[in-house]
Write a protein that binds this ligand. Sequence first.
Ligand SMILES: C[S@@+](CC[C@H](N)C(=O)[O-])C[C@H]1O[C@@H](n2cnc3c(N)ncnc32)[C@H](O)[C@@H]1O
Length: 288
Amino acid sequence: MYFSAIVDPILTTTSAKPFLKWAGGKQQLLTKLDACLPTNFDRYFEPFVGGGALFFHLWTIKRLPSQVFLFDINDELINAYCTVRDNPEALANLLAIHQETHSNEHYYAIRDLDRQNRTLTDIEMAARTIYLNKTCYNGLFRVNSKRQFNVPMGSYKDPKILKRDALGTASSALQGVYIQVKDFRDMVALGQSGDFFYFDPPYDPVSKTASFTGYTANSFRDEDQQDLARIFRELSEKGCLCMLSNSHTPLILELYRDFRIEVVDARRSVNSNKDRRGTVREVVILNY
Ligand SMILES: C[S@@+](CC[C@H](N)C(=O)[O-])C[C@H]1O[C@@H](n2cnc3c(N)ncnc32)[C@H](O)[C@@H]1O
């Protein structure tokens, strides 16, 4: 299944974008987030990096400082980031093979590798993560309690699994960036006065049925939102600049009532309130 192939050299462009589709991706809110950025900051931290829309935007507009830290609890995601940073050519090689071989059978054969006792290299694993992300239903990342990926195949006519130039640009953006699996609770030990943190956690669900927090085997609960508000306060006391996205719910408004809260309308595909179908109310919380 994994052969080496002769590939075109990777080119880069000047505009970087997420190389994964990620639930809660911030691509469409970038203008609003951009308007909320602090004027000056020392180091940049993204503790819930996901697709990394704001990170890639900051690289594109040349607002990244020399020290950048990207974290997430999802180890498959972090492995994909490290591989894009360190081995883009080898990764593109494997994605080209997935692109050629893509079919219903291939999808389930690759998906089910985590049900077998097969050890994949980090590069093979990253290619699998990206391949499944581009071809599964809605680009979801969902694993069962045994950490087996269980999203069915999506119905795309001609999914673009390898975008060679975009991958090359993402790799350029990630050069020199510190990337690691970490829980957001570890941030207080890292933050120093003048650092900028952008928090984009799994959102507090607007209603029980709207709830989707299945990014990892564990879901994000009210206690996690409370811990996060505590971390936000502790970093504020240390002199860090903090920006946080979340949904406009009573819990979030209460947890951050001492901070500046900007209300933004975001386009989302599902909304149970028929008058507001297509848009949901979200908040951007700032300590500056
Ligand atoms: C809303 S997504 C981030 C979306 C991202 N900003 C984008 O533009 O695509 C939330 C992320 O939080 C991560 N996450 C969940 N629990 C976490 C925890 N305890 N610590 C760190 N990251 C966590 C998930 O793996 C997921 O990638």
